[in-house]
Design a protein around this ligand. Structure first.
Ligand code: CMC
Length: 429
């Protein structure tokens, strides 16, 4: 049988090294033995965007980017979207198994009873300018939560960790909805414990003067499915931020604030907002060919297209495209849908996109649904952050309990000046 090793010959010295291969991977540290002399540092690997580096072992989410497969703890995303709900999926991500009936009831009870936050948090939200972006408000208030729960620093206490899971997952929708209501000058709406996780979110977003808010069932379920689809996605940019920041062992609120900051960017979660901006700029179907021409000339990107891992249709985008039609039956069709569909059709037939294997990703259609529900553009990325919190926390805990955990601290290739002597200001040219 073939050996699971890699033989490397260093042509500088003529020496040969045999390095073990595990799960199709070599350990970067095994390269360090390859030296030209005793005092040589040894070889490192260079991978600036970590495009070919496994940064951890994980048992949470599996993606086959070639085939467009996404599994949470082994369960296909399509089955979870059809049969499960977000709270159950959050439990699955955190605890590794679907909950029993009693576990599910206790979990739901705990989340429901942690939705309110300290009244002083409202003062932070009140303090933002009228045009503050809700993602900026979310990341600062989540960071601020760490000061309200100082015991969250006990990250190696499983009971304390569990408590912070309940708090974070429960409070994200409240923070998001309060941030939104502040920006539009509406009074805050407190959680309603009779409603589901997503029903209550809609209540806090949209309740006006009615005594009891009744969420539309189709919209409530659509948001729940969108939350399932966004719950985790293995080692993406924000999860990597969560693990990396978490590796210096701060409390989970601080690490989550860092993950939210990473998600905010237009190449990651911020893309859902950018897609809508792009569709509005295009304006009509006849302008699409001109727009595609500009993208191909390197003048901007087709937002909501392309993915580091998927080189096939993003399975989440497929599901979102289906639910869009159900939602539009209730809300009326989003006029930008026609542009999006035509844009997708043209792009998928174009050599530029075919050659680079660029397909619609999760962000291409989600914003159209959110917009048709009356949600403002600025809240779209917040709607990504709410469900991703369970994934971030699952990945954070896995990192904490990993016996190989050490503070994340990459190396660099130094290309700056050699050592030189300080020059006083009057002698500088
Ligand atoms: N439009 C036009 N060209 C693109 C696009 C795009 N959306 N995405 C990639 N390319 C081109 C890119 O110019 C490059 O071409 P070339 O080989 O000629 O230089 C090639 O495809 C490979 O691109 P890359 O930038 O090396 O790919 P990456 O894996 O580093 O980036 C990405 C992945 C998602 C950042 C990128 O595809 C992108 O910017 N997409 C638009 C933003 C977006 O939709 N982001 C959401 C990602 S999915 C959800 C999430 O993570 O939040």
């Amino acid at each position: 049988m073939a050996k699971e090793t890699l033989t490397i010959t260093d042509n500088r010295t003529g020496k040969t090294y045999e390095i073990p291969i595990n799960s199709g991977t070599i350990r970067a540290m095994d390269l360090r033995q390859i030296k030209i002399s005793e005092d040589d540092f040894g070889i490192m690997s260079y991978d600036p965007a970590l495009g070919n580096t496994a940064s951890c072992n994980s048992r949470i989410t599996f993606i086959d980017g070639e085939k467009g497969i996404l599994l949470y703890r082994g369960y296909p995303i399509e089955q979870l979207a059809e049969k499960s709900n977000y709270l159950e999926v959050a439990y699955l991500l955190l605890y590794g198994e679907l909950p029993s009936k009693s576990q599910y009831d206790a979990w739901g009870h705990n989340i429901t009873h942690h939705t309110i936050f300290h009244e002083n948090i409202k003062k932070f939200i009140d303090g933002f300018r009228y045009d503050a972006h809700p993602m900026g408000m979310l990341l600062s208030t989540v960071g601020a939560l760490s000061t309200f729960y100082p015991e969250a620093k006990n990250i190696f206490d499983p009971d304390s960790r569990k408590k912070q899971f309940h708090r974070l997952i429960a409070k994200m929708p409240t923070l998001a909805a309060f941030s939104y209501r502040q920006t539009v000058g509406l009074p805050y709406v407190y959680p309603d414990n009779d409603l589901s996780y997503t029903g209550n979110f809609l209540n806090m977003m949209f309740k006006m003067t009615e005594l009891k808010y009744k969420p539309n069932r189709v919209i409530e379920r659509a948001i729940d499915i969108l939350f399932i689809l966004h719950a985790d996605h293995e080692q993406n940019c924000s999860t990597n931020a969560m693990r990396s920041v978490g590796s210096s062992l701060p409390d989970p609120y601080s690490a989550t604030a860092a993950a939210i900051a990473a998600l905010y960017g237009p190449l990651h979660g911020g893309a859902n907002e950018e897609v809508l901006n792009m569709l509005s700029v295009i304006g009509s179907k006849d302008k699409i060919p001109e727009f595609i021409k500009r993208v191909k000339a390197g003048e901007g990107r087709l937002m909501g297209f392309g993915h580091r891992v998927y080189k096939a249709y993003d399975p989440r985008a497929k599901i979102i495209k289906q639910i869009a039609h159900e939602v539009f039956e209730v809300t009326g069709k989003n006029p930008l849908l026609e542009i999006a569909l035509e844009l997708e059709r043209i792009a998928l037939e174009d050599d530029y996109f075919i050659k680079r294997r660029l397909y619609p990703n999760v962000d291409f259609y989600s914003g159209l649904i959110y917009q048709s529900m009356g949600l403002p553009l600025s809240i779209f990325t917040v709607l990504f952050a709410i469900p991703r919190t369970s994934g971030w926390l699952a990945q954070w805990e896995e990192m904490l309990l990993d016996e190989e955990r050490r503070i994340v601290r990459p190396r660099q290739i130094y290309l700056g000046p050699d050592k030189r002597d300080y020059v006083s200001i009057e002698n500088r040219t």
